[in-house]
Ligand binder design. Sequence first.
Ligand SMILES: [Mg+2]
Length: 206
Amino acid sequence: MPITVQTLRDAVARSDARMERLEDPLNAADALLGDGDTGSMLARVIEKMAATDLTATTDVGAAFNALARATMAATGSSLGTLLATALLTFAKSTKGRSEVPWSELSGLIEQAIEAMKLRGGASLGDKTILDALHRIAQSLTGIDDASAVALAAETGARAALEHFQPLPCKIGRARLFPEKSTGAHDPGMLALHLLLRCEEVSDRDG
Ligand SMILES: [Mg+2]
């Protein structure tokens, strides 16, 4: 089964359900470095995505476009803007197609990273969600099966999180306090890791 609009609907619904337990830990992770709103912002964005009616289209690009618009309507935050930028890049590359092979996802993510670099000014190595996406894109190279993609994406997101934890953040407000970001998780990277985790998030973790 390739990527279809239904794949996106399922991913949004699953993320929306997970955010209930992730909102507080993600706010706490952000509070170490910033204003402590990453969890609430993402919960709001994903709720708005989940409320977006995608039943009328089979065009994957149109669905990505609708999700980007939902994101922009829900937040003007820097992480939200990067997310919308990624979704718009996916939309452009999948416009008019009802099926997209999983093997294209790695390349789509690399394209999105380039657009996010231009939009947000971050480079690879700055300890942002771009680094996690880059690692995920590398992990997905050559994989054309949904469950193998899920596992590889989870592995890539965790590897990026662990690699960057001991390093300081080099962009945004957090770069001004390297002693705070060193040893801490970037909230965007953490969010991606927790949303992609294949096993259900247990109450113990939440
Ligand atoms: Mg914040």
